[in-house]
Write a protein that binds this ligand. Structure first.
Ligand code: ADP
Ligand code: MG
Length: 689
């Protein structure tokens, strides 16, 4: 069999290819064009109006020169097609870009065409190297453009050359089909070999679009298969503890000691959980609810169910402050039930820690509240029946999986206030069952939000003072720039000193990440007990903190915060009956995107709307944290843009696993070959490697 063998290439070229992830003929086939040029997409130069329209032009490089003065040098690259000339202009990176061009080569420019006098130019165009001068006499064909890089240009690997290689490869290889034929037919997608031809050598726009659809489907299909498989294995192994007795703690608490009426959402969530823990299978449930929707009480319900059946329960939070708060809440609410609850966090004294660990191991301690310290190896539970993980988004998928595997395979309840749009949630968390608490507890007034410039500070402080006099409390938050906590501390500390002078009749406290946990604890307690009225803080209070009497949230340099962070911060207030106010103060240099974020905050308090906007701004990788979420990086598919394909792939994959979980059928053998190594890699994220 004769195919182009990569080993025929020079070492330099091989290295350049390897850098782009191409190490085999198969990789080469999977190196897809990033653009296609044809008559319908490329504009002849003499047709450009130069009114700032987005265009693609293709031409031969005629001249490369620098212009302007020393300080304001610019690079001009003149290109010519059959109809005329125009130029690309660079004001930055002049010497760098100058080196990337060669006279006579054919390039494509993408960007906004502007007319200056008689000539048209594009500033900082996006450039693709199309090929050598012999190429591109006409655009009757569709010309694919492959991604290039510096190493490619150095070793003369042009888009055209790649195209030639791929064309040869395509003549000689027979890429095996692994998606079952029936599914392809159902989805109206081309077979694998045909799809490679269509994506590399398309005869029409329709062909490459269809081919792209097929490869996107393929990526999603494998991903969804892996999740379906994980889920299948969880269900399979899942003989879970049965919590059939709810007569003691659970009944007593909900009938006699609950300080308020449950919302419908809370009741539904509790009933979902009750069903899970009685089913005989291991629970693996996500409880989603906006900040302030009251997830904690649902967690407490689940914990009591475990305790009623003689099991221990663990309650994990992402920060010490939050763990301590949960600990206090539990102590307070469960006080009449006489339950042993212990707090386990990172920096406790050795003697205390040993004592706690002994209690956990001996079964004297019924509930352990803590940070991730709880899942460390030294912690041996006597009989852990339930693990609750609060603010799941702060933990990785892996930690959740570790919990599932802990000791005697406890039921797992994870809670998250990241209001991920449902479709995305179903993907990212599709190994989980999901309960959603809609709406907030009644009797609350929606938070009023204002966006104000720094120079209005005096007015803002007057407003705060008025509220403090009426008995309210305020948070003042300073941003935390990860690289330099020292700088933030300065901000927060300076703010603290200033506010002490500003509000001499009230007590002002300071809270930041560098304080010892006892110190933090003391300050938090004082704030809860209203001994402190103004709490100056870094973002350590961002997640979960619950002080219902606090009704003002001031965020300094709000432009530096992300949307979900701001939403979380605003979620700290509006928890009691007082009218609450969130005041977002912005500094001097505010980017367009930051403006958008601030106006979005002012526009809505709906966590789902904010999450959607955030997702659009940041993309799913950043939004969820790719590593945290266990979401793979898709090569061609886009989890937001291609949701429709995702839904199709998901349903096909889940049906298939239901039908043939181990891919034993004849018609699934090719799929099995591809899926087995893929799954092995993915399963690591789920602690199932
Ligand atoms: P989150 O979902 O953000 O974790 P919490 O569990 O901290 O919310 O609850 C927010 C506040 O609402 C707490 O002060 C809690 O006591 C109170 N709360 C919870 N459920 C109800 C309810 N059904 N009615 C009134 N207040 C409630
Ligand atoms: Mg919470």
């Amino acid at each position: 069999m004769k195919l182009i063998d990569l080993s025929d290439l020079s070492t330099k070229r091989l290295n350049a290819l390897a850098e782009a992830g191409i190490e085999s003929v198969g990789d080469l086939l999977n190196f897809f064009p990033r653009r296609y040029l044809d008559r319908t997409t490329v504009s002849p130069i003499d047709r450009l109006t130069g009114r700032g329209e987005e265009v693609t032009v293709v031409g031969r490089v005629k001249d490369i020169h620098e212009a302007g003065y020393r300080r304001k040098k610019r690079l001009e690259v003149i290109i010519q097609d059959e109809t005329g000339t125009m130029k690309g202009v660079w004001f930055k990176g002049v010497s760098y870009f100058k080196k990337t061009f060669k006279e006579d080569e054919i390039v494509a420019f993408f960007g906004k065409a502007k007319r200056y006098g008689r000539s048209i130019s594009i500033a900082h165009p996006d450039v693709d190297k199309v090929g050598d001068p012999s190429d591109l006499q006409d655009l009757t064909r569709i010309v694919p453009v492959y991604p290039g890089n510096k190493q490619f240009s150095k070793t003369y690997i042009t888009s055209k050359l790649i195209h030639q290689w791929v064309s040869t490869v395509l003549k000689h290889v027979q890429p095996p089909e692994f998606i079952p034929k029936e599914i392809l037919k159902e989805q109206d997608l081309p077979g694998r070999k045909e799809a490679y031809r269509m994506i590399h050598l398309p005869e029409s726009r329709n062909e490459y679009l269809k081919a792209r659809e097929r490869f996107k489907f393929e990526e999603f299909f494998l991903f969804e298969l892996s999740i379906a498989k994980v889920k299948h294995r969880i269900v399979e192994r899942a003989s879970g503890h049965v919590f059939s007795n709810l007569d003691n703690y659970t009944k007593r608490f909900f009938n006699e000691h609950l300080p308020f009426e449950l919302t419908e959402g809370q009741k539904q969530a509790l009933s979902d959980i009750k069903q899970d823990v009685r089913s005989g299978q291991q629970m693996n449930r996500l409880l989603q609810g906006d900040v302030g929707s009251g997830k904690t009480i649902v967690a407490i319900g689940a914990i009591l169910m475990a305790l009623d059946n003689g099991f221990q329960a663990a309650f994990m939070a992402p920060t010490e402050i939050l763990a301590e708060q949960h600990y206090r809440t539990l102590i307070e609410l469960l006080e009449p039930l006489d339950i042993t609850i212990r707090l386990l966090v990172g920096n406790q004294k050795n003697a205390l820690r040993t004592d706690i660990l002994t209690d956990i191991e001996g079964g004297n301690c019924q509930v352990v509240v803590g940070t991730h310290a709880v899942i460390q190896d030294q912690v041996n539970f006597h009989n852990l029946g339930l693990a609750v993980i609060d603010e799941q988004h702060r933990f990785g998928v892996k930690q959740r999986a570790e919990m599932l595997d802990k000791g005697s395979h406890p039921h797992v309840l994870v809670m998250s206030a990241t209001p991920i749009p449902r479709s995305l949630a179903m993907t990212v968390y599709s190994d989980l069952d999901i309960s959603v608490i809609k709406g907030l507890p009644g009797g609350r007034k929606p938070v009023k939000t204002a966006v104000r410039p720094e120079k209005k500070q005096d007015d803002i402080y007057d407003f705060v003072e008025k509220n403090l006099k009426e008995g309210g409390q305020a948070y003042v938050v300073y941003p935390l720039v990860e690289e330099s906590e020292a700088v933030d501390l300065k901000d927060a500390t300076a703010g603290y000193e200033k506010l002490k002078k500003q509000f001499p009749n009230f007590n002002v406290g300071l809270l930041h990440g560098r304080m010892k946990s006892e110190e933090k604890d003391t300050v938090m307690k004082q704030f809860i007990d209203n001994e402190i009225q103004v709490l100056v803080s870094t973002t350590v209070i961002e997640v979960g903190v619950d002080v219902p009497n606090a009704n003002i949230m001031i965020v300094e340099h709000a432009e530096r915060f992300g949307l979900s962070q701001l939403h979380q911060l605003r979620g700290r207030i509006g928890r009691g009956t007082r009218q609450s106010y969130c005041i977002l103060i912005y500094g001097q240099k505010v980017s367009t995107e930051a403006r958008f974020r601030l106006s979005k905050m002012a526009e809505t308090t709906d966590g789902f709307k904010i999450a959607e906007a955030d997702l659009k701004l940041r993309g799913p990788g950043d939004f969820l944290g790719t590593k945290q979420s266990g979401l793979p990086e898709f090569k061609i598919a886009d989890i937001i843009e291609d949701q429709w394909i995702l839904a199709q792939a998901k349903s096909a994959a889940w049906d298939l696993i239901k039908d043939d979980p181990d891919l034993q059928r004849n018609e699934h053998q090719e799929l099995k070959k591809v899926f087995t190594p893929y799954y092995k890699e993915r399963a690591k994220f789920y602690g199932m490697g």
